[in-house]
Write a protein that binds this ligand. Sequence first.
Ligand code: FPP
Length: 255
Amino acid sequence: MDLKSSIIKEKLPQHIAVIMDGNGRWAKQHGKPRVFGHRNGVQAVREVTEAAAELGVPYLTLYAFSTENWNRPKMEVSALMRLLVETLHKEVKTLNKNNIRLLAIGDWAHLPEPTFHALLQGIEATRHNTHMTLTLALNYSARWEIAAAARALANRVATGELLPYQVDEHVFAQALSTHGIPDPELMIRTSGEHRISNFLLWQLAYTELYFTPVLWPDFRKEHLYEAILDYQQRERRFGKTSEQLAHEMQDPENR
Ligand code: FPP
């Protein structure tokens, strides 16, 4: 049986998050500048998006540019920004054809104007789509997001709209840029690095982590299927015992 048909439809992760890593190393292996790796990374973005949509995964989030990425050589940053504009312009039609809604998280309002604009247009043009939500994390860092949420809540407390005791996990999650999006059930990082790198720190609390040595530009649909199959073999316990879970399976009322 091929990988895709081995996937159990009823146990699909509802949200997959991906740290796309290894573009630079891939380019180096091919004796090319780093930007060549990013350009080839776009094909992997297409593959993973198409594969997730075909399977029926409702949410896919891709880490496309971190706050820390500004520290890269100026040339690389501007090439990445141009690539984003170019890709967004090219792909919006395909997103609409496949009923995919585009969203962005992070401080994306402070991206260079053309990138911000292309993103805004893409979000606008796809906002009624319902099959899958593709979220790009752009100018994103989890600590920035958590600090921004704390600031927003502090403001609401200062105005008296919210009382301190009302700030619980639910209210806090609503103040994050991912509000309305369920927490990822599977997080994939490519290129053999085993780090979270300031990505969705709050939302990854119970997420299954999957690391693969494949460099991002080489990532294909089959690699996504492998990650999902690995995820489906795991037992997700959320702090409970295996016996409790087995009991709940027999008697779902008793959760
Ligand atoms: C990490 O590889 C990759 C990035 C920082 C950028 C990812 C961007 C794309 C794949 C292009 C466009 C994206 C979209 C959503 C259209 P790296 O440069 O850190 O690789 P290295 O660790 O080998 O140096």
